[in-house]
Ligand binder design. Structure first.
Ligand SMILES: Nc1ncnc2c1ncn2[C@@H]1O[C@H](COP(=O)(O)OP(=O)(O)O)[C@@H](O)[C@H]1O
Ligand SMILES: Cc1ncc(COP(=O)(O)OP(=O)(O)O)c(N)n1
Length: 272
């Protein structure tokens, strides 16, 4: 029997289960990948927002990574909410120590409700310490603006931002389009591999239940890389996974509800 693919998420806990560690592990499981976690912070959170953040000491995150890396093994890993420069440095040290290359960096900064999930002074560490270790980085539009230092209005601005982000050392970038022109009926995620651009165009679903879309997208991408997919194929599967998860929403909670992590598997089952 061939060994199951293994993925690690280094991220914060979302008590509401729609984003963070919980979304990542659900997504890994749905894509037949063995999931592991190193928690960076505990958030008190539901669909109405984040009411408190309890960061762990950076040693706690570092030791969790060491524990799983030295025993179970990791085929691909993703980072989500890292909160502080200390935690970013500790995560980067472990990535280098294990010589991991399949690294997806989701540069989580602010939750949809507006709560800050990254200290402002940690942006420099994210850009200068973690981006050079990233195989793929997956900013949303506001995060791409912070990382690139550009104000992004047009598709051409996105292309320039992608180039600047890759110039920090990330091998590839996907600038997600969820925050653009929310009245429109299409969404463009822009993929750049350091040489060429690919636009992934999808149908925008009119819903408020989009909590954790970025976490779920980057977790699906990580799971596919863990299984050996090529980068652009992994991005396409991640797009299909999040599209299904939003389309078949669960209608939970009073605010921005979670997506449906079961939906993609059911869709595949139905098409067989
Ligand atoms: N309303 C929507 N309909 C379809 N896809 C969406 C919608 N909102 C976000 N997405 C997709 O979800 C993923 C995450 O996008 P985005 O919301 O921009 O990230 P984040 O959650 O990090 O802010 C992207 O692939 C994007 O295209
Ligand atoms: C613990 C935790 N991590 C990350 C996020 C942000 O998740 P994201 O996928 O960007 O979705 P929104 O929260 O922006 O809807 C989070 N909220 N909590």
């Amino acid at each position: 029997m061939s060994r199951i693919a293994r993925a690690l998420t280094v991220a914060g806990s979302d008590s509401g289960g729609g984003a963070g560690i919980q979304a990542d592990l659900k997504t890994f499981q749905e894509l037949n990948v063995y999931g592991m976690s190193a928690i960076t912070a505990v958030t008190v959170q539901n669909t109405l927002g984040v009411t408190n953040v309890y960061p762990l000491p950076s040693e706690a995150t570092s030791e969790q990574i060491e524990a799983v890396g030295s025993d179970l093994g990791v085929d691909a890993l993703k980072t989500g909410m890292l909160f502080s420069a200390d935690i970013i440095e500790a995560v980067a040290d472990q990535i280098r120590a294990f010589s991991w290359t399949q690294v997806v960096v989701d540069p989580v900064m602010v939750a949809k409700g507006g709560a800050s999930l990254l200290q402002p002074e940690a942006v420099r560490a994210l850009r200068e310490v973690l981006l050079p270790l990233a195989y793929i980085v997956t900013p949303n539009l506001p995060e791409a603006e912070v990382l690139s230092g550009l104000s992004i209005r047009t598709l051409e601005d996105r292309r320039e931002a992608a180039k600047r982000i890759c110039a920090y050392g990330a091998r590839q970038v996907v600038i997600k389009g969820g925050h653009a022109d929310e009245s429109g009926d299409r969404i463009v995620d822009l993929y750049y591999d350091g040489e060429a651009f690919t636009e992934l165009v999808g149908r925008r679903i009119p819903t408020r239940h989009t909590h954790g879309t970025g976490c779920t997208f980057s977790a699906a991408l990580t799971a596919e890389l863990a299984k050996g997919a090529l980068a652009l194929d992994a991005v396409r599967t991640a797009r299909a996974f999040i599209q299904a998860a939003i389309e078949q929403g669960l209608e939970l909670g009073q605010g921005h509800g979670p997506t449906n992590h079961f939906a993609y598997r059911r869709l595949l089952g139905a098409s067989r």
